[in-house]
Design a protein around this ligand. Structure first.
Ligand SMILES: [Zn+2]
Length: 195
């Protein structure tokens, strides 16, 4: 299956192409539409914690899904894998805040593999991660040499200065050239000051 999708900053088009099951139609402010599915999740019960793998869009359909998810949670610690969450709108963000409040009541919760869009949301609204620890996050890089874009995973627990250094040392998987971050690393790492 080959999809011809345009590139624009707030969506990770590469991942959508790799994961065509993510598709359902949403309208954008642009003259084309991009397709992302409604929010779903899978649960993996591990010894010490419950892993929640979320997939799809946090939009006007998310509230019901997140309520249902809360009902299934035990007092065990929860790790939310955000890797396949691809879109947030204001209604979805509100639903997410209403989800986080009871989520952190009596248990520890953390986010892992936070995609760039989610980190942007957290930076605009630190409430999203006030009581939820960010374990790791993804940032997008562009190769000025060959135009290749790639997502890199970072350990959010590292010191801010260490992360800033790591941002400077990324290498293109295609041509070996030096990568440039798509967004200002200082802005991306704002969440480190509010965690
Ligand atoms: Zn390159």
């Amino acid at each position: 299956m080959s999809l011809q999708l345009p590139t624009f900053p707030q969506y990770s088009i590469v991942s959508l192409v790799e994961k065509p099951y993510l598709l359902h139609t949403i309208r954008t402010d642009f003259f084309y539409t991009v397709e992302i599915c409604v929010l779903t999740y899978t649960l993996q019960d591990k010894n010490q914690e419950l892993a929640v793998n979320l997939l799809g869009a946090v939009d006007e359909h998310a509230s019901g899904v997140l309520h249902e998810l809360l009902d299934k949670l035990t007092p065990k610690d929860v790790v939310l894998n955000m890797e396949a969450v691809r879109y947030f709108n204001s209604i979805g963000i509100r639903a997410w805040i209403n989800f986080v409040k009871p989520l952190v009541d009596g248990r520890r919760a953390s986010y892992k593999n936070c995609p760039p869009d989610f980190i942007n949301q957290i930076n605009m609204m630190p409430l999203l991660a006030r009581s939820v620890q960010i374990l790791s996050f993804l940032s997008e890089f562009l190769c000025p040499e060959c135009g290749h874009t790639q997502l890199q995973l970072f350990d959010a627990q590292k010191e801010r200065d260490v992360l800033l250094q790591e941002f400077q040392g990324m290498v293109c998987e295609e041509c070996g050239g030096d990568l440039a971050p798509e967004e200002d690393p200082q802005a991306i790492l704002y969440f480190k000051s509010t965690q």
